[in-house]
Each structure stands twice: as structure tokens, then as C-alpha cells.
Design a protein around this ligand. Structure first.
Ligand SMILES: Nc1ncnc2c1ncn2[C@@H]1O[C@H](COP(=O)(O)OP(=O)(O)O)[C@@H](O)[C@H]1O
Ligand SMILES: [Mg+2]
Length: 300
């Protein structure tokens, strides 16, 4: 079976994607697959580069990769690909739409608003949400251009920076609590990981620098575990995810708040999904086998 590992891409997460791609290439079983590393540098070359593949293993993150566009191109040229489908990828890339869907089902998520320019910033509304707030690109990733803002004076600068990465910026209530992440594989939850960043939140450095954060399997109290699992699986279903996804949450005073859903989460051997799978007795190689197998069934 010819497996192309699609990596690189044109988003702000290109470097992260190259690392995910490398790890996937190294961990795919050579006895089972003919593995082709495929680095994408622009949109146009995708179709040529995937020709003849039996499956495209997506190691892309962010725009043109995690947002449904690459998935729809692959649908058009009839190449099966791994992970969530077009609609789910597009929904989950958009934090605002994701949160609207969750709110509609009474799934706890922090209060927020969206602005498209500095002029649109409504300070009264932010006052009502209450400081501190998190300012981030609506369709960002890897915590790029994300900041915790404590006062009105600092909003404008943070919004300007986030606007360099997206047309829409989210201003969201900062939830002070314990960060966790729920990896879901084929509709079942893997062990929950606690994330303890060294800095004030899980920023780019704490995500990718050695020792930037502690990430370990956490045993939540039975009742909280049940609540978190129910929420994570509900998100997966409501957001129409398939094959695998990762739901980020913050737990404050026993209440889990959903931050976002990741449809193509990091895939280096240090990344959260492989770590969570390992804790469930699934090696990185086995995880990749399950993803390929389940994606082929899903795309049929
Ligand atoms: N409302 C919030 N309350 C507390 N921490 C937040 C909030 N929003 C984001 N963060 C912090 O910023 C990180 C990145 O935010 P997230 O919404 O997951 O975007 P992405 O991972 O796509 O960049 C989170 O992992 C968390 O540490
Ligand atoms: Mg996140």
C-alpha cells in the first residue's frame, strides 16, 4: 500500500507539521507500507504530488491542511486521506463556529466575542466578560499570536498581532484552572492527559521546547472523569469528527470548559495523542495502523 505522508504546508504551523511528518514516516511499518514523504510548499503542487497514492496520511496543521481545504481537494481527486472529513475539519478550525455549536448543546465553553478590526472592539462587552481575557486568532493553532490580557490598555496591541494571522480575532474569558486534553480514537476516549505548562499558559514555547510543559496521564475523580468523557465524546459527535481528534479543556472548580477541538493534532512521538495512546498500550506504529485502517473504511 502506497502511503504518502503529507507535511509542511503554508500555515504558521509549517515547522510543527514537518516534525509531525518526520515522526509519522519513521513510525510507519515498512513491512506493511511503501512510505512516501511528501513536502507541500504551495497549494498548486498538492494534486500532482498525491497522484498514485493509496492513502494520503495528513501531517499538516493549520490553514490549508487542518481546515477542510486539502481534504476537499483529495475528495475531488479521489485519494483517501486520514482523519476527519471536510465539514468537520472546517468547523473545528473555526473556534467561533465550534463554540456556537457547543453552546447550543449546553456544553460549557468560556464566554467570548469576535472582532474583525480594532474599531469593532467593544470594551463594554469585554468588561462584562471580565478580565483577564485571551486574545487569539479565530482560526489559529499552536498558540500563535495568543495572549492573556489583563487590562483595557493592552487589548489593542494583542488584537493587532492576532489580526496579522487571521481576519477574525477571538476575545475569550480566561479560565483559570487545570488544563487537560482528551484524545479520541474511533469514537473512544484514550487516557486523559494533564498539561502543566512552565509559563502562564500553554504557549508556543511550552508546547514545543524541551521541558516546556509537563504532560502526563491524570486520574480524575470518578465523577469528574465521567463528566469530561461525556463532554469530549459529545464534542466529537456534534462536530462530526471521524477517525481521531483531540479536545482541549480547562477544568475550573470541577467544571470542564471546552477550549477547542483539534482535527489534525500534533503527531511527533512527544505529542499528546501518541502519548495518550501509549498509556492505553497502543504504540505509535499501532496508532498509525489504526488511523490508516479506520480512515480507509471512513472514506469508502
Ligand atoms: N479561555 C482560555 N482560558 C484559559 N486558557 C486559555 C484560554 N484560551 C486559550 N488558552 C490557553 O492557550 C492555549 C492555546 O489556545 P487554544 O484555544 O487551544 O488554541 P490553539 O491551540 O489552536 O492555538 C491553550 O492550550 C491554553 O493554555
Ligand atoms: Mg489548543
Amino acid at each position: 500500500m502506497k502511503v504518502g505522508v503529507i507535511m509542511g504546508g503554508i500555515s504558521s504551523e509549517r515547522e510543527v507539521s514537518l516534525n509531525s511528518g518526520d515522526a509519522i514516516v519513521k513510525n510507519l511499518d515498512e513491512k506493511k507500507y511503501e512510505v512516501y514523504p511528501i513536502i507541500i510548499n504551495n497549494k498548486m503542487e498538492l494534486i500532482d504530488k498525491v497522484k498514485g497514492l493509496d492513502i494520503a496520511f495528513l501531517a499538516l496543521h493549520g490553514n490549508f491542511g487542518e481546515d477542510g481545504t486539502v481534504q476537499s481537494i483529495l475528495e475531488a481527486v479521489n485519494i483517501p486521506y486520514t482523519g476527519c472529513g471536510v465539514l468537520s475539519s472546517a468547523i473545528c478550525m473555526d473556534k467561533d463556529i465550534t463554540k456556537r455549536i457547543l453552546r447550543d448543546e449546553n456544553i460549557e465553553t468560556a464566554e467570548w466575542c469576535i472582532v474583525k478590526s480594532i474599531e469593532e472592539v467593544d470594551y463594554c462587552l469585554i468588561e462584562k466578560i471580565g478580565y483577564p481575557v485571551v486574545v487569539k486568532p479565530n482560526r489559529g493553532g499552536s498558540s500563535v499570536a495568543t495572549a492573556i490580557i489583563n487590562n483595557r490598555e493592552a487589548i489593542e496591541g494583542a488584537v493587532k498581532i492576532a489580526l496579522e494571522y487571521d481576519k477574525e480575532v477571538m476575545i475569550e474569558k480566561f479560565i483559570k484552572g487545570d488544563e487537560i486534553t482528551c484524545s479520541i480514537l474511533k469514537g473512544k476516549m484514550l487516557p486523559i492527559l494533564a498539561i502543566k505548562p512552565k509559563s502562564s499558559f500553554f504557549d508556543y514555547t511550552s508546547k514545543y521546547a524541551d521541558g516546556g510543559a509537563e504532560e502526563y496521564v491524570v486520574e480524575l475523580a470518578a465523577e469528574l472523569h465521567k463528566k469530561v468523557e461525556k463532554m469530549a465524546l459529545a464534542c466529537y459527535k456534534l462536530l462530526k469528527c471521524s477517525v481521531y481528534a483531540r479536545i482541549d479543556m480547562i477544568v475550573k472548580e470541577g467544571v470542564p470548559y471546552v477550549l477547542e477541538a483539534n482535527t489534525l493534532p500534533g503527531m511527533t512521538s512527544n505529542s499528546l495523542i501518541p502519548k495518550s495512546a501509549k498509556a492505553a498500550g497502543i504504540s505509535f506504529g499501532e496508532l498509525l495502523d489504526i488511523i490508516i485502517d479506520s480512515s480507509i473504511k471512513e472514506r469508502r
